[in-house]
Write a protein that binds this ligand. Structure first.
Ligand code: UFG
Length: 329
């Protein structure tokens, strides 16, 4: 039986595909390559197409014996989602509806879902627990929450069991050096810092230093992308062994401020990395740190690449070897 990975050519999806390959799973990948990269797919059978295309999905489900789906395919830029909410409802929410209906039609009853800390919005508590209030402050988080709720009702009606994984801040690159982070446009802190270290940007902008945190900059919980990938494999195992639907936070449980991340990147790279304080970015909560106790207890997840030096070090290796990302020039 095969695992279908939607969005398997994207940053986190491609690392999940690598983790599945490492344990010999049969893999089918669906990606429309809007954000994904063909070269990020290290193995498995790639179908290029869109979840909203019913005939395309019939081909994928018809040609393969799929017993579980890992669903990454989505747009994920907070800023863009505020300017173009329709794009996010259409691709993320309607795309997921199309996928769940096809799963029903082909009697595939397991799905692992790529969710986000953005479902919480401004947190009530630090660290954040899964039962805390979900009140997204942006369209992106709202669509991910809508997708989670959709899965809940498909479970109730059709017994499609889901595991939703709410990631905090994914960073780093695969140990093989073959895959890493390459978004266009790039908006994430760690790759932007490393592009600055490479001299591709004049400086890194620090979005606000007047937050109620120790040094005034936002605090986030950075987790290695391969630790995230491992959690997806464990979630597939849980569902295959008859486990019930569940929601898990995935983070390290330790927060680092923007300034701390830049300082650690300076140490790791040995480069100067000029920084400039700029205005706050709209919609950024001051502190986002996860409690991942539930994932540790129930999934047996144990992130092993915990040190931020190592997370940034793995990303730095990727950026140095691939300064233009997958677009080799
Ligand atoms: N930041 C800067 N300068 C930059 C880029 C980011 O100071 O050039 C700051 C941001 O303001 C934020 C922190 O660095 O405080 C991290 O920003 P990222 O954009 O790397 O990550 P976010 O925390 O905004 O977003 C991540 C995921 C989203 C998810 C969100 C949940 O990338 O998909 O967490 O809140 F929605």
């Amino acid at each position: 039986m095969a695992v279908l990975v939607t969005g398997g050519a994207g940053y986190i999806g491609s690392h999940a595909v690598a983790a599945l390959l490492e344990r010999g799973e049969e893999i089918v990948i669906v990606d429309n390559l809007q954000q994904g990269h063909r070269d990020a797919v290290l193995g498995g059978k790639l179908y290029v197409g869109d979840l909203r295309d019913g005939e395309f999905l019939d081909t994928v489900f018809g040609e393969n014996s799929i017993d579980a789906v890992i669903h990454f395919a989505a747009n994920s830029l907070v800023g863009e989602s505020m300017k173009d909410p329709g794009k996010y409802y259409h691709n993320n929410v309607y795309g997921t509806l199309c996928l769940l209906e096809k799963m029903n039609q082909y009697e595939v009853k397991r799905i692992v879902f790529s969710s986000t800390a953005a479902t919480y919005g401004e947190p009530e508590n630090v660290p954040i627990h899964e039962n805390d209030r979900t009140l997204p402050t942006n369209t992106y988080g709202e669509t991910k929450l809508a997708m989670e709720k959709m899965m809940k009702w498909f479970d109730a009606a059709s017994g499609i069991k889901y595991v939703s994984l709410r990631y905090f801040n994914a960073a780093g690159a695969h140990a093989s050096g073959k895959i890493g982070e390459d978004h266009n446009p790039e908006t994430h802190l760690v790759p932007l810092i490393l592009q600055t270290a490479l001299g591709q940007r004049s400086h890194i902008s620090v979005f606000g230093d007047d937050y109620p945190t120790e040094d005034g900059t936002c605090v986030r919980d950075y987790i290695h992308v391969s630790d995230l990938a491992d959690a997806h494999v464990l979630a597939v195992d849980r569902l295959r062994s008859g486990g019930d639907s569940a929601i898990y936070n995935l983070g390290n449980g330790t927060g680092f401020s923007v300034k701390q991340v830049i300082d650690i990147a300076r140490q790791v790279t040995g480069r100067e990395i000029p920084a400039a304080i700029e205005a706050r970015r709209a919609g950024d909560p001051a502190v986002l740190v996860a409690s991942s106790d539930r994932a540790r207890t129930e999934l047996g997840w144990s992130p092993s690449r915990n040190k931020l030096e190592d997370i940034i070090g793995s990303a730095w290796a990727w950026h140095q070897a691939n300064p233009t990302g997958y677009n080799k020039q």
